[in-house]
Design a protein around this ligand. Sequence first.
Ligand SMILES: NC(=O)c1ccc[n+]([C@@H]2O[C@H](COP(=O)([O-])OP(=O)(O)OC[C@H]3O[C@@H](n4cnc5c(N)ncnc54)[C@H](O)[C@@H]3O)[C@@H](O)[C@H]2O)c1
Length: 462
Amino acid sequence: MKKFILLFSACLLLLGCNNSSNKEQSFLIKTPVLERPAGQTDVLELRAEPLPVVRVAFIGLGMRGPGAVNRITHIPGVEIIALCDVEQKNTEKVNKMLEERGLPKAQEFYGDTSVWRKVTALPNVDLIYVATDWKSHAKIGVQAMNDGKHVAIEVPAAMTMDEIWALINTSERTRKHCMQLENCVYDFFELTTLNMVQQGLLGEIIHGEGAYIHGLQPYWDEYWKDWRMDFNKTHRGDVYPTHGLGPVCQAMNIHRGDKMNYLVSVDTKAIGNPAFLKKRDGQEVDNFRNGDHTNTLISTENGKSILIEHNVTSPRPYSRMYQLTGEKGFANKYPVEGYALSSENLDASLTKNHEDLNAHQFIPENIRKALMEEYKHPIVKDIEEQAKQVGGHGGMDFIMDYRLVYCLQKGLALDMDVYDLAEWCCLIPLTEISLDNNSAPVEIPDFTRGNWNRVQGVKFAL
Ligand SMILES: NC(=O)c1ccc[n+]([C@@H]2O[C@H](COP(=O)([O-])OP(=O)(O)OC[C@H]3O[C@@H](n4cnc5c(N)ncnc54)[C@H](O)[C@@H]3O)[C@@H](O)[C@H]2O)c1
């Protein structure tokens, strides 16, 4: 009996649940915060010297990169200095596009996976724009800043905690911008909804949902050297969380008044991608790591919850979910865009018929349209038409590039900083840890190293 009691107490101690009311002692897999190097300060609201003309070099010109070059050509005050890809045919194709548009040809760099080092070292470049495969993002980002350049990196910008901390430390030391190119925060519905949230229409947001649900079967064979399938094959967890998480974090003011504290993940077994590979390659794949569907729940300091899902194989309609539950209202983007509002929260001038305003269902279409017009985000107003014309996922990609260039030209803080990058990317390594430990809660570190509450609210500088 004595032996049993001893064993039981030891188990409790091991689990750390001997005092479940004490947050510090409850079971949580700790995630270390790297000590800030001496003499370094944070880059919250970092502003750099204005660049009336932004000179850009692009690295990575596969499926995604050429569209970015095209979009940037529509923004005044930008020069395209260099184009870089491992494959010569990719740099040539994009330079031909520039020529056909009557623009100066850019210097081409190609031939191997290290040639980009010559590009980050160019003396006549201000911004390095990276759209390579995931594993090369952070390495290029760190070197770009060390070479004195601002850097914008496609999603996800970093895949490991080491890469995340390297980007943060380099941005803090060099005082160079390091922005993740998270386009989904600029989609029209998300931007309008963010404006509604900031003006209090939905009340305090208590729960948010986001996702990347997109069957990639038509694209798997197009990725350079199968990099994306390889990453999924070898990594469990949410390997592509930023499209779902980014807009929710902005609506919840993460590291601008709130912070994410911990996550737990639950996934399914892998069926879809192994079946795809068996059909394609004629071989069984053992130990495919990434489950078909991964769910992650996050808890925040201010008592809010976030649900993020990942599924790139099931035959489902595309969805980023984007759902916000507030004390006075609700927003939902997929599969149908809609808002529900508590009736006392509606401007009577919007409708004469209060019978229409039932908080248990979406508000009627005419009222939704009127509301979306009224709450259109200020950064969209001037460029909406051009964004729709130039395109890129319906225009949001253009708004992202436009904002990046606008803020660099004016020397303003960028819309997204390196801590957003860190928070949105850290789900990749941390969900893997949770899943490999029977869905144990894993701590999400404070990447600002103590300053998450200094800036209040997400701001887009104008
Ligand atoms: N934000 C979005 O909506 C969105 C959409 C699609 C892709 N992406 C992201 O864009 C990035 C690129 O995706 P993709 O679909 O174009 O992949 P891709 O495989 O088509 O293109 C990657 C390109 O990078 C090049 N490359 C790889 N390593 C390189 C290196 N060391 N130096 C120079 N070039 C190198 C390859 O030759 C290839 O042309 C990924 O991070 C992806 O997640 C984002």
